[in-house]
Design a protein around this ligand. Structure first.
Ligand code: AP5
Ligand code: ZN
Length: 217
């Protein structure tokens, strides 16, 4: 299956993607994670991306689209993938259509995670990420690790993302509304959008998502 996951910052895209990718046996491709990996490795691409991410703005398309395309062309993505955080504006959605057309494939569904704004703010404020694995995501109140600051799954150090501070979060939400939300209508016109509520327990949201994707397949 080829799936796009869309939803505001803090909706739970990364959290759900880890479970959905495993259930569906497809790779989880997150442009945010790819940028963060480039930043920690000190690559040129990472240096370019960092200033935009710090400001809560989108990294320019000419950087993002090539990086996403390279990842989608890896052998493990030949039979499907779960895109998280890409596309993020109409230009990227059109570029993705072109990439899929060239490879003779198409999207199966766009899964839209709906969460009220006050909830995403709470989710982001308490988020802690593992330095070893970007799929190991905790929340100090909702899903706390057994010992503070340490990942339950691998023992790695937990940290707070640089762009998870209040001002940047406000900017990211604004960018989501103005630049990313329009892709939902773009995909609605193609009949691809399935919307679910992302409120409730993580496992409950995964169950809802699997059911919605089953109907979309
Ligand atoms: P990116 O990394 O994609 O961030 P985002 O879209 O803002 O989304 P988040 O990672 O903040 O949230 P999430 O929905 O994954 O939530 P999570 O599962 O962690 O992008 C970062 C930046 O990179 C962008 O601002 C931009 O600069 C750049 N970028 C990336 N892609 C780009 C692109 N295509 N083009 C241009 N620029 C790009 O969950 C959040 C918290 O909630 C966690 O603590 C989690 O434990 C908790 N939680 C999750 N589910 C539940 C639940 N059901 N109940 C209670 N708590 C929950
Ligand atoms: Zn970990």
């Amino acid at each position: 299956m080829r799936i796009v996951l869309v939803g505001p910052p803090g909706a739970g895209k990364g959290t759900q993607a880890a479970y959905l990718a495993e259930n569906l046996s497809i790779p989880h491709i997150s442009t945010g994670d790819l940028f963060r990996a480039n930043i920690s490795q000190g690559t040129q691409l990472g240096q370019k991306a960092q200033e935009y991410m710090r400001a809560g703005k989108l990294v320019p398309d000419e950087v993002t689209i090539g990086m996403a395309r390279d990842r989608m062309e890896q052998p493990d993505a030949a039979d499907g993938f779960l895109l998280d955080g890409f596309p993020r504006n109409i230009g990227q959605a059109e570029a993705l259509d072109g990439i899929l057309r060239e490879s003779g494939t198409r999207l199966n569904a766009v899964l839209d995670l709906e969460v009220p704004e006050d909830e995403v703010v709470k989710r982001i404020a308490g988020r802690r990420m593992c330095r070893n694995d970007s799929g190991h995501i905790f929340h100090v109140v909702y899903t706390p690790p057994k010992s503070e600051g340490v990942c339950d799954l691998c023992g790695g150090e937990l940290y707070q993302r640089e762009d998870d501070h209040e001002d940047t979060v406000r900017k990211r939400l604004e960018v989501y509304h103005t630049e990313t939300e329009p892709i939902i209508d773009y995909y609605k016109a193609q009949g691809l959008v399935v919307t679910i509520s992302a409120l409730g327990k993580v496992s409950e949201v995964t169950r809802r998502a699997m059911e919605a994707l089953g109907q979309a397949a």
